[in-house]
Design a protein around this ligand. Structure first.
Ligand code: AHG
Ligand code: MN
Ligand code: MN
Length: 352
């Protein structure tokens, strides 16, 4: 074997095409009405938190080792669950950055106003799931972080109206996720397509690796917790049977994959084509996933990539929330598959 066959190719080819997340945001500042300097800093703050969370996740298997003696770590702190660590890191980054006025996290019961002590007031609300699929860390499988960004009224307005806090997903100015998989990726949209950046651990930068992501026309995967099959509505059960049934074009059956972390399942389906489903069940009558920091951000991304997201009847992004933590059934992926699901549920005259 020649020496050159051992060379590791650079992430994005030539030096000219080497683009960090930070550079990309700055370059696209003029193109988007919301890509202002403040917005660029906000995305940068989130990406910094993502790197810190990534570092913690990569050491997850060692947390017990380091925490074994009385669950106290080397800094003298009690060992914390990764969900809490991730939440703290994102809050810390947003607080420090100063561009965010309102935070809503899966890990906190209420929205939190920040920056009250600062001279200038942030203009954005950020809702997030700090660690999605967190039980996967126990078995060394992929997890993620999800964020959703809204614009809040005028600068120097310190309080936010309920209307501003609970905006429908269609009003998001940006959304994204970080997938901590075999590599770590930062994927986001500002409503002008979807771009993916892979963390180069050597230089500590997210580098553009997946420009202008489009969900492939031909779906390959469907993802659902089929253990709940008997709990699904007759319409969903029928649709699952349809997905498995061969058709004359060779389009179906498509394969089943389920990681059990929304970000990871969604990311794979975005790259390969497919549909992710979390319907309501007898035990979760509203579904399990949260509208504001799980369904909405990934719905924004999938639409920007040419796909669709529905609760079975309605476009996810049209739902007007009445609670930060409200749940919704989710069907998200290739547009034709989501539309077919809606058709089959309607034909069954029942909700998802
Ligand atoms: P979280 O870890 O943020 O609570 O989210 C877990 C969610 C989601 O990531 C995943 O798709 C789903 O739970 C899996 O649920 P089931 O185990 O019921 O399939
Ligand atoms: Mn989650
Ligand atoms: Mn979570």
């Amino acid at each position: 074997m020649s020496a050159s066959s051992h060379e590791i190719p650079s992430v994005s080819g030539t030096l000219e095409s080497f683009m960090t997340l930070e550079q990309f945001i700055i370059d696209h500042q003029e193109e988007s009405q919301h890509s202002t300097g403040a917005f660029s800093r906000l995305i940068r703050d989130i990406s910094v938190a993502a790197k810190i969370i990534n570092r913690n996740i990569r050491r997850a298997g060692l947390l017990d080792v380091f925490g074994a003696s009385g669950e106290i770590n080397v800094q003298g702190e009690v060992q914390k669950k990764l969900d809490v660590i991730a939440d703290e890191e994102i809050v810390r980054a947003l607080r420090k950055g100063g561009e965010c006025r309102l935070i809503g996290s899966e890990e906190q019961s209420e929205t939190m106003s920040i920056g009250d002590d600062q001279a200038s007031v942030g203009r954005y609300a950020v809702y997030f799931d700090p660690l999605d699929g967190s039980s996967n860390t126990d078995v060394n499988a992929s997890v993620g972080s999800i964020f959703s960004i809204y614009h809040l009224g005028a600068r120097n307005e310190r309080s936010s109206t309920l209307e501003e806090v609970l905006q429908p997903g269609s009003k998001q100015v940006a959304a994204g996720y970080v997938a901590y998989g075999s590599s770590t990726m930062f994927v986001y949209t500002t409503g002008d397509g979807v771009n993916g950046f892979t963390l180069d651990p050597e230089i500590g930068e997210f580098v553009l690796s997946h420009p202008d992501i489009r969900i492939p026309d031909q779906a390959k995967m469907y993802s659902i917790n089929e253990a709940d099959f008997d709990d699904f509505s007759a319409g969903v059960r029928r649709y699952l049977r349809w997905l498995k049934r061969p058709d004359e074009h060779g389009y179906r059956p498509i394969r089943h994959r389920y990681i059990g972390a929304f970000v990871s399942d969604f990311h794979r389906n975005l790259i390969t084509g497919g549909i992710y489903m979390y319907p309501k069940t007898a035990t979760s009558p509203e579904g399990k996933l949260r509208l504001m920091y799980e369904a909405n951000p990934l719905a924004f991304i999938v639409e920007q990539a040419g796909g669709a997201a529905s609760d079975g009847k309605r476009r996810i992004l049209d739902i007007v929330p009445d609670d930060l933590h409200q749940r919704t059934p989710v069907f998200i992926g290739n547009t034709d598959l989501v539309q077919e699901l809606e058709r089959q549920l309607e034909a069954s005259v029942e909700a998802a």
